[in-house]
Design a protein around this ligand. Structure first.
Ligand code: HEC
Length: 319
């Protein structure tokens, strides 16, 4: 008489556990992701997630701040992050841990952090292994409503990315490997380098030590965070790769001067100066961008087409 009832109870007690087990065995952890946004400060996840078929690629999922805080945290004392004044304690979750937990597809070898101002930071697999970037959830033990403002007096939340410490691993002429430390991160996309970096790869075969290839490496690490092409890369600057290419091809002097000292051309320029770039470095960047310039006929047609909506060639008001 007792046995059936016991069975029901046992089933009721075990069933949720079984369900949880089977869902956590799926690539995307059902425990922590939501199909819809539950609050402004949720972290969006997109791109190539295991278990998401090609047709669903635009699928976005959400994780809540509180859920991220409930994950195992790492804490570091950071002295070399330009977003902080002085030594600062950060805690959060490594990007690699998030990729694993949220089911980054096996072929995905790049994480792209997207910010509310359309800035994008790229984390190739090699970078993740060497620099161990952290999605910052607390600064000096404080939750994000108590975080300091950015140097532009804007919010550094909802998420930031920092490192225990950053040591540059390579240089191309006078360009040094740069720390990718975005603030205002709203979304992480799991992507593929051949697609994202492939979009701005120069056409043709170039030797590693050629000017064009050196320029490509610099542009990929630096310019691509704010300037984009065909929906890839950042859009903070609202001047696309093709606009930069047009400048490089038609007025290399102005193009180079803009990179080294934007404010000398446009007083209210928001683009950071690259005073550290010597002439040889500016030359390879210019050589690279010229490969994206349209042939003269197409250039003229484009200029005519743009005359009506020349927004992209006009200086934009301070961001
Ligand atoms: C942190 C963001 C950021 C990065 C990184 C960046 N730019 Fe810019 N860039 C801007 C913004 C914003 C503008 C729009 C004008 C302004 O406010 O400076 C701009 C404008 C320009 C212009 C002037 C275009 C015009 O129509 O007058 C050129 C040329 C340019 N960028 C080249 C580059 C190159 C080449 C790199 C990489 C070496 C680069 N930028 C990296 C933000 C950036």
């Amino acid at each position: 008489m007792i046995a059936p009832r016991l069975l029901i109870w046992v089933t009721l007690l075990i069933l949720p556990g079984l369900l949880e087990f089977s869902s956590s065995a799926q690539p995307v952890s059902a425990a922590a992701v939501h199909e819809t946004r539950t609050s402004e400060g949720d972290l969006e996840l997109g791109g190539e997630l295991g278990g998401v078929s090609a047709g669903q690629r635009r699928y976005v999922r959400y994780v809540r701040y509180e859920e991220l805080l409930a994950m195992p945290q790492e804490t570091y004392t950071v002295a070399d992050d330009s977003n902080f004044k002085g030594t600062t304690e950060i805690s959060g979750v490594p990007l690699t841990a998030l990729a694993k937990l949220f089911g980054q597809a096996a072929h995905s070898d790049l994480i792209v952090a997207i910010c509310y101002d359309k800035y994008r930071a790229n984390y190739p697999k090699e970078y993740l292994a060497i620099h161990h970037p952290i999605l910052v959830l607390k600064i000096n033990g404080q939750l994000r409503d108590k975080w300091p403002a950015s140097e532009y007096n804007t919010s550094m939340g909802p998420y930031m990315i920092s490192h225990p410490t950053f040591k540059p691993k390579f240089n191309v002429l006078s360009h040094k490997d740069e720390p990718q430390v975005p603030f205002g991160v709203t979304r992480l996309d799991f992507r593929t380098q051949s697609v994202v970096f492939g979009t701005i790869k120069p056409a043709g075969n170039w030797a590693e030590d050629s000017a064009v290839w050196q320029g490509y490496r610099i542009a990929r690490e630096d310019c691509y965070r704010c300037h984009g092409l065909h929906g890839e890369g950042g859009e903070l600057a609202s001047r696309s790769w093709l606009v930069l290419a047009a400048w490089a091809a038609t007025d290399a002097g102005r193009f180079k001067q803009y990179i080294r000292n934007p404010q000398s051309i446009l007083a209210c320029a928001k683009m950071p100066a690259h005073v550290e770039y010597d002439d040889a470095t500016l030359e390879v960047i210019s050589a690279y961008f010229k490969t994206f310039a349209l042939p003269q006929g197409a250039q003229l047609a484009r200029d005519q087409a743009m005359r009506g909506k020349s927004k992209n060639l006009q200086p934009k008001k301070a961001h």
